[in-house]
Design a protein. Sequence first.
Length: 140
Amino acid sequence: MTKGFFSTPLDAETAFYEALEQADLEAMMLVWAEDEEIVCIHPGGPRLSGYASVREAWRRIFDGGTRLSVQISTLSTIANPFTAVHSVIEHIGVKNDPSQQAPVVATNIYARGAAGWRMVLHHASPIPPDSIDETPKVLH
């Protein structure tokens, strides 16, 4: 994988969470499609659409100075040749302070184009820690 080219959705997702942990705005934005149709919703935040809005939101988060650690549990993935949907639980904590951790459920959607796989949607919502159940449920 060359810098900025993600040959699989998992490569893009790995780069996304590495950029988040490093608070690296340029690396974060390499993951996102350069498109006005992209959408990002942070926990408790508004719907942000368009490259400039998404970039500005990440800049504000990273400029806040808090360094995060993130561990991911994958709940499910759905993929076809041009799109992939990942449903994950993000275990987000403050680096060097394991007492401050919050589980977040997130949906990440990636699209495949000439520049490889890129994120087109990240939607994250807080969840109560005692409600985490990673066992898929089948509804009939």
